[in-house]
Design a binder for this molecule. Structure first.
Ligand code: HEM
Length: 507
C-alpha cells in the first residue's frame, strides 16, 4: 500500500512537471509567435486581423488570390498588409499606386523574396536564375547578358520575325488539317509558341505531335499547378517543413521532372559544344562560363544555366500561348469583332502575303484588339512577387526593407478609375474617335520598372504575327453542339481560359 501511495505521488509530481513544462512551452511559443507577427512600426499599412501562426492566410483563396485581394482592397484601400505565417506581405492596388511603386520608386521595390521551395531544383544563394533572383549585381549581369544574347539571336529583328512567321505557317497547316472539325487549340498553340523560344534557347524545334514535346508541355503544366494553392505558400513561409524527408519530392514531383528534362537538353549541348560556332542561347551561356573567376562571380555557373533557360522557357511559353488562347476565345464570343479584324487584314495585307511587323502601324483596329485581349485576358494577375530593397515611406505608410510586395496587376488592367468598360471586352479602349490606335499608360500586362518583363518585345511580335496569320487564313466559329465557352479563367500562376473547342473554317 505504501509503495502504491509512493508511486502515485511520484507520478503526480511527474505529471505536474510535464504540465508546467507544457504550459511554459505553450506560453513561450505564443509569445514568440506574437513577437514575430508584431508590427513595431508606426504607419504600417492596414490589413485583416492576423491569427497566431497562420497570420492572415485564411483570408486568401490561394486558388483565386486576385479575387480575394479585390475584396480586401474595398475594405482596406490601395495599400494593405497581409501576414503569411511570419512573412510580412504588402499588396499594392490600382494604376496610380502600382505605377508609383514600379516606375517612380523602381529600385525601392526591385528585390524579390527568397523562395525556398525551389531549392530542390538547384536554386540557392549562388544560382537564382533571373525571374526570382534577388536584386543586385548577379541579377543585373544575367539580365544584361540575356537581353543582349536574345537580341543577337534575333529578338526585335527581322531574323526572329522570319522564324515566327515560319512557325505561324506550320501552325496554320496543323489547324488546316483539322478540316473544320471541332478541336481544342491549346496543344497546337502551345507547341507553336514553345518552338519559338526553344529554337532561341536550345536551337531545336519540335514537330507538332512529337511525343517528347507533349511530355515537356505536360510537365510544365504540372510545374505551374504545383505552385498554386495553400501548401506551396505554407512551405515557402515555413521552409523547415521542406526538410522533412520526401516532402519536396512528393509535393513538387512535376517540377523536378521538368528540370531533369532541361538537364537533358543542356547536356546534349555540352557534348556537341564548339566555341567557334555558337548555335543558340545555351551555347552562348556555356561560352561565358569558360571565362573563369569573373564569370563565376557574375553568376555564370551550370546551375544558373539550367535555371535561366528554364526561366525563359517558362516565362516565354505559357504566357504568350495563354494570351493567344484568350484571343481566339474572344473572337469566338465576339464574331463582329473578328469580322472587323479580318476586314482590316484583307485591306492592309490581303489574303496571300504573310503579315509582317511593319503592317502593325497600318492596322489600328487589330492592334487595339490584341491590346484588349491582353488587358481583359489578364494573364499574370499578380505579376511576380517583389520585395522592398530598403526601408521606405510610401503613400504615407512605412514599409520595412524585406517586405514581400504583391503588385495586383488585375487591379490596374481593370481599374474603374481608368478604363471606360473595365469588365467588358472593348477594343475601343485603345482607339481614338478617328479609329487611330492610342497607347494607354495603365496597360501593364508586362508590369513596369526594373523588373519589367524581359521578353515583352518577343511576346508582342509573336502575338501580332500568330494572331493575324491565323485570322487571315481562318474564321473561328463555335461548334454547333457545344455550350458557349466560359469567359472566366482559372488561376495557376497564370490565368488561363477553361478548355474550349473551336472550328477553324478556311477563308
Ligand atoms: C504575353 C506574354 C508575356 C506576359 C504577359 C509576360 C508578363 C510578365 C510579367 C507580369 C512579369 C513580372 C514583372 C515584374 O516582376 O514586375 C514578367 C517577367 C519576366 N518575363 Fe515575361 N511575359 C510574357 C512573355 C515573356 C517572354 C516571351 C519571355 C522570354 C523571352 C519572358 C521572360 C520574362 C522574364 C525572364 C521575366 C523576369 C524579369 C526579371 O525578374 O528581371 N516573358 N513577365
Amino acid at each position: 500500500m505504501a509503495l502504491l501511495l509512493w508511486l502515485g505521488s511520484q507520478l503526480s509530481t511527474y505529471w505536474n512537471g510535464i504540465s508546467i513544462l507544457g504550459i511554459f512551452l505553450t506560453v513561450f511559443t505564443l509569445l514568440f509567435d506574437f513577437m514575430k507577427r508584431r508590427k513595431k512600426w508606426n504607419h504600417y499599412p492596414p490589413g485583416p486581423t492576423s491569427l497566431p501562426f497562420i497570420g492572415t492566410m485564411l483570408h486568401i483563396d490561394f486558388r483565386n488570390p486576385h479575387l480575394s485581394f479585390n475584396q480586401l482592397r474595398k475594405k482596406f484601400g490601395n495599400v494593405f498588409h497581409l501576414q503569411n505565417c511570419w512573412t510580412n506581405v504588402v499588396v499594392l492596388n490600382g494604376y496610380k499606386t502600382v505605377k508609383e511603386a514600379l516606375v517612380h520608386r523602381s529600385e525601392d521595390f526591385a528585390d524579390r523574396p527568397y523562395t525556398p521551395v525551389y531549392e530542390h531544383l538547384g536554386y540557392g544563394s549562388k544560382s537564382e536564375g533571373i525571374a526570382i533572383a534577388r536584386y543586385g549585381h548577379v541579377w543585373k549581369e544575367l539580365r544584361k547578358f540575356t537581353l543582349s544574347t536574345l537580341r543577337n539571336f534575333g529578338m526585335g529583328k527581322k531574323s526572329l520575325e522570319k522564324r515566327v512567321t515560319e512557325e505561324a505557317g506550320f501552325l496554320c497547316s496543323a489547324v488546316g488539317s483539322e478540316e473544320g472539325r471541332p478541336f481544342d487549340p491549346r496543344f497546337l498553340v502551345n507547341n507553336a509558341v514553345c518552338n519559338v523560344i526553344c529554337t532561341t534557347i536550345y536551337g531545336e524545334r519540335f514537330d507538332y505531335g512529337d511525343k517528347t514535346f507533349k511530355r515537356l508541355l505536360h510537365l510544365f503544366e504540372k510545374f505551374l499547378n504545383e505552385e498554386t494553392g495553400f501548401l506551396p505558400q505554407l512551405l515557402n513561409v515555413v521552409p523547415i517543413l521542406l526538410r522533412i524527408p520526401g516532402v519536396p519530392q512528393k509535393v513538387f514531383r512535376g517540377q523536378k521532372e521538368f528540370m531533369d528534362f532541361i538537364d537533358v537538353l543542356v547536356h546534349k549541348h555540352m557534348e556537341s559544344w564548339n566555341p567557334a560556332h555558337i548555335r543558340d542561347f545555351t551555347d552562348a551561356f556555356l561560352k561565358e562560363m569558360q571565362k573563369g573567376k569573373v564569370a563565376e562571380e557574375n553568376g555564370f555557373n551550370y546551375n544558373n544555366l539550367r535555371l535561366v533557360t528554364a526561366d525563359l522557357f517558362g516565362a516565354g511559353s505559357e504566357t504568350t500561348s495563354t494570351t493567344l488562347r484568350w484571343a481566339f476565345l474572344y473572337m469566338l464570343l465576339h464574331p463582329e469583332i473578328q469580322n472587323k479584324v479580318q476586314a482590316e487584314i484583307d485591306k492592309v495585307i490581303g489574303r496571300e502575303r504573310s503579315p509582317t511587323m511593319e503592317d502593325q502601324v497600318n492596322m489600328p483596329y487589330t492592334n487595339a484588339v490584341i491590346h484588349e485581349v491582353q488587358r481583359y485576358g489578364d494573364v499574370i494577375p499578380l505579376g511576380l512577387p517583389h520585395m522592398t530593397y530598403r526601408d521606405i515611406e510610401f503613400q504615407g505608410f512605412f514599409i520595412p526593407k524585406g517586405t514581400t510586395v504583391i503588385t495586383n496587376l488585375t487591379s490596374v488592367l481593370k481599374d474603374e478609375a481608368v478604363w471606360e468598360k473595365p469588365n467588358q471586352f472593348y477594343p475601343e479602349h485603345f482607339l481614338d474617335v478617328n479609329g487611330q490606335f492610342v497607347k494607354r499608360e495603365a496597360f501593364m500586362p508586362f508590369s513596369a520598372g526594373r523588373r519589367v518583363c524581359l521578353g515583352e518585345q518577343l511576346a508582342r511580335m509573336e502575338l501580332f504575327i500568330f494572331f493575324t496569320t491565323l485570322l487571315q487564313k481562318f474564321t473561328f466559329v463555335l461548334p454547333e453542339d457545344q455550350p458557349r465557352p466560359r469567359e472566366d479563367g482559372y488561376f495557376a500562376f497564370s490565368r488561363s481560359p477553361y478548355p474550349y473547342l473551336l472550328r477553324a473554317v478556311p477563308r
